[in-house]
Ligand binder design. Structure first.
Ligand code: GDP
Ligand code: GDP
Length: 434
């Protein structure tokens, strides 16, 4: 599972500053997608080969009024689902009553806590951090988030507290893993039942009320699949639980495990801001994506046009994604999903040889030269594959740090076209000698 680090603390202690500092390198990877609104709450930290999910819980205060119920619920869920909590306090303010209240709450939670004393820049960090021993949360780490000072100590703590566990899922060979994701009531359970066929419905009802995603292996025409059902095995009668049980973190963990994500939208409601946010996170995860416009049945032509326009406007950063109107309830469009999933899987997992990639690079350069920087032309020499799911192309050259976003985007689209990739994002990584 994608390990989760929850960042908690009073307002203004520096949580978002640290969040931005830690997630910056990831941001660079997706910066070239126009129209993408960055989610300032869920971000990724790369530690060696693996990613961790960092969740900024926002300011915890006594007055919870004005905070919408959904956001508040997600904070609770983040704490419940966290593997490690970073509890941040402000060195300049010293210890205060709200810190103590949060510390109490965290002790009850019983998760590993790292006490982070921020803003130690320009002050004697040892003296200040000592004050915070009384919170009884272990040794405080003094940092300055604005400068990144001592942040590496924090990262080392992540490695200590989040031991690498073997991934059973990968070992069992899931075949093609499909995550069914979307907000509550968009039709995820209905689609899962529809994809599996009616005989499987029974299995669902036995399930009870676990909050985790459910992994359902099955075979179709000799191909192995695993459905990752984020709606969980929910009982039909307990509809009131739906909203409570929706967890962005669980959705992200399911997305991480998937080869292909089917993100469902309730076409009657159109695309909400929450949809756009979660879809931004799907892009960050680099997964092949089908946007299922569900409940297409019974919509009039005008409304259908409206939804299509909305997609163009709000989801311009997902140009690569496949969009499919479906009705999970009636089954229209659903049968075709398997073929689409297959195509996307092949794209996400494609093998690309070094000569092929280098030839595409040469053609791209010939068609449109990189710009001059300081009178010198940026050089790109060769390319090779750096990963799958999503496909990663590593490009070697000189001065690649100075490549403008527009040129990177040009290359990205050129590679995608030439490689005939469908439904998956592609990542370009630029390397040049120091
Ligand atoms: P949040 O409400 O906890 O997310 O806090 P912010 O990240 O918005 O930071 C609140 C204020 O503290 C901002 O004005 C930051 O510039 C400042 N700040 C954050 N980290 C540091 C730091 O390491 N040193 C100093 N001196 N100021 C900081
Ligand atoms: P989930 O919370 O995302 O798992 O959503 P459900 O599968 O429980 O569906 C929520 C509601 O939407 C139920 O009443 C479904 O019958 C209804 N629903 C699901 N798919 C469709 C569809 O394609 N068309 C229509 N009209 N209703 C649907």
């Amino acid at each position: 599972m994608l390990p989760v680090i929850a960042l908690v603390g009073r307002p203004n202690v520096g949580k978002s500053t640290l969040f931005n500092y830690l997630t910056r390198s990831r941001e660079a990877l997706v910066a070239d997608y126009p129209g993408l609104t960055r989610d300032r709450q869920y971000g990724r930290i790369k530690r060696g080969e693996r990613d961790c999910l960092l969740v900024d819980t926002g300011g915890i205060t006594d007055e919870q009024e004005g905070i919408d119920v959904f956001a508040k619920k997600q904070v609770e869920i983040a704490l419940q689902e966290a593997d490690v909590v970073f509890f941040m306090v402000d060195a300049r303010d010293g210890l205060n009553a709200t810190d103590e209240a949060i510390a109490n709450m965290l002790r009850k939670l019983g998760k590993p806590v790292v006490l982070v004393v921020n803003k130690v820049d320009g002050i004697d960090s040892n003296t200040v951090t000592n004050d915070f021993y009384s919170l009884a949360l272990g040794e405080p780490i003094g940092i300055a988030a604005t400068h990144g000072r001592n942040v590496h100590d924090l990262l080392d703590r992540i490695d200590e507290l989040l031991p690498v566990v073997e991934d059973e899922f990968e070992e069992q060979d899931p075949g093609i893993a499909i995550a069914i994701v979307g907000r509550p009531n968009v039709g995820k359970s209905t689609l899962v039942n529809r994809l599996l066929g009616e005989e499987r419905v029974v299995v669902f009802d036995e399930a009870g009320t676990t909050r985790d995603s459910i992994y359902i292996p099955f075979e179709r025409n000799g191909q192995k699949f695993t459905l990752i059902d984020t709606a969980g095995m929910r009982r039909r009668s307990r509809v009131s639980l739906t909203v409570e049980k929706f967890s962005i973190i669980k959705s992200l963990q399911a997305i991480e495990k998937a080869h292909v994500v089917i993100y469902l939208i309730d076409a009657r409601e159109g695309i909400t801001d929450q949809d756009a946010h979660i879809l931004g996170l799907v892009l960050e995860a680099g997964r092949a994506l089908i946007i299922g416009l569900n409940k297409w049945d019974g919509l009039n032509a005008e409304h259908r046009d409206f939804v299509k326009k909305q997609i163009e406007m709000k989801l311009s950063f997902l140009e690569f994604a496949e969009k499919h109107p479906i009705s999970a309830l009636h089954g229209s469009g659903v049968g075709k999903l398997f073929d689409v999933v297959h195509t996307l899987y092949d794209s996400a997992m494609t093998d690309m040889s070094t000569p092929l990639l280098t030839r595409i690079l040469t053609d791209a350069l010939a068609a449109h030269q990189p710009p001059l920087v300081g009178g010198r032309r940026i050089k790109l020499k060769y390319a090779h594959q750096g990963g799958r799911n999503p496909p990663v192309v590593v490009l070697h050259g000189t001065q690649t740090d100075s490549l403008p976003a527009a040129y990177k985007r040009y290359l990205m689209n050129y590679f995608r076209d030439q490689l005939k990739l469908t439904g998956t994002p592609i990542r370009l990584v630029f390397k040049s000698p120091e």
